[in-house]
Design a protein around this ligand. Structure first.
Ligand SMILES: Nc1nc2c(c(=O)[nH]1)N[C@H]1C(S)=C(S)[C@@H](COP(=O)(O)O)O[C@H]1N2
Ligand SMILES: [Mo]
Length: 221
C-alpha cells in the first residue's frame, strides 16, 4: 500500500535499533528464571505506573477519515473497513497487563475496540491459513501463529483507559496481544494478513524471539 512508510526507523534512530539488536545477541535482561504463570509479574520485569512510548521514531498521523483496516490474505471474505464500518462492528472492553521486552510491565490497562475473534469470524480464514502478519502505517511488521491471534483477549484497540488511543500509542487503532511481549502489539495497524507460512517481522528478523512469551522469557532467539 503506498501510504505505508518504506522504513519504520526514523533518521537518527538507527543506532538505537543496532543497540537493541546487540542486546538480543547478548541475551541482555535474561534472568534464567521461569515464573509460575500464576505469578502476575513475569520474570525479569519491573512494574511501572506510567505508560512508556516505544517505537522507531516514525509516529504517523493518520486521521480517522483516512484510516483503513484490511484483513486479507488467506481468507474467504476480505475486509476493508473504514472508521465508521469498524465502529459498526460489535465493540467490547478488556482489562489486561502489558509486558514489554525492555523489562517494564504495566497492569490493568482498559482497552476497547473489536476482538480478534470477531474479525476472524467475519473473514473466515481458509484451512491453509496458519500465521498472521500485522502491517502498520509506519512500515512496522510483526508476526504471530494464527492460534496466538485467535484468542478472546486479543483485539484491535481504539481506546485506552476511557479515552481515544493517543497517536503516540498507536491511534487511531493498534493491536493488543496481552499474553506476549508488547512488540507483538502493532501500533497504527492498517492490515492483518493471513498466510500459509510464518513470516518474521521487523524485530523478529533482528534477533527478537519469534514467539515472545514473557512467562518463559522468550525475549531473544
Ligand atoms: N507500528 C509499530 N508498532 C509497534 C512498534 C513500532 O515501532 N511500530 N514498537 C513495538 C514495541 S517494541 C513496543 S514495546 C510497543 C510499545 O507500545 P507503546 O509505545 O504504546 O508503549 O509497541 C510495539 N508496536
Ligand atoms: Mo518493545
Amino acid at each position: 500500500m503506498d501510504d505505508i512508510a518504506a522504513n519504520p526507523v526514523a533518521p537518527g534512530r538507527e543506532k538505537l535499533v543496532a543497540k537493541k539488536q546487540e542486546w538480543a545477541r547478548e541475551g541482555r535482561l535474561l534472568t534464567g528464571v521461569h515464573a509460575d504463570p500464576e505469578t502476575r509479574l513475569p520474570p525479569g520485569q519491573r512494574l511501572v505506573t506510567d505508560f512508556p512510548v516505544l517505537d522507531l521514531g516514525v509516529q504517523p498521523a493518520i486521521g480517522r477519515d483516512k484510516w483503513r483496516l484490511r484483513v486479507d490474505g488467506l481468507v474467504a471474505n476480505r475486509l476493508i473497513l473504514d472508521w465508521s464500518a469498524f465502529q459498526a462492528l460489535p465493540q467490547a472492553e478488556w482489562l489486561n497487563d502489558i509486558h514489554c521486552v525492555t523489562a517494564w510491565s504495566r497492569y490493568d490497562n482498559r482497552w476497547s475496540g473489536v476482538g480478534a475473534l470477531t474479525l476472524l469470524n467475519l473473514v473466515q480464514p481458509m484451512a491453509e491459513a496458519s500465521h498472521v502478519v500485522f502491517h502498520s502505517y509506519d512500515g512496522y511488521t510483526t508476526n504471530l501463529p494464527l492460534e496466538a491471534w485467535a484468542r478472546p483477549e486479543n483485539l484491535v484497540a481504539t481506546h485506552w483507559n476511557g479515552a481515544s488511543l493517543d497517536r503516540v500509542h498507536g491511534g487511531p487503532a493498534r493491536i493488543v496481544v496481552p499474553h506476549l511481549y508488547f512488540w507483538k502489539s502493532a501500533k497504527w495497524i492498517t492490515r492483518i494478513e493471513l498466510l500459509a507460512e510464518d513470516r518474521p517481522g521487523f524485530w523478529e528478523v533482528r534477533g527478537y524471539h519469534n514467539n515472545a512469551d514473557p512467562w518463559t522469557e522468550e525475549r531473544y532467539g
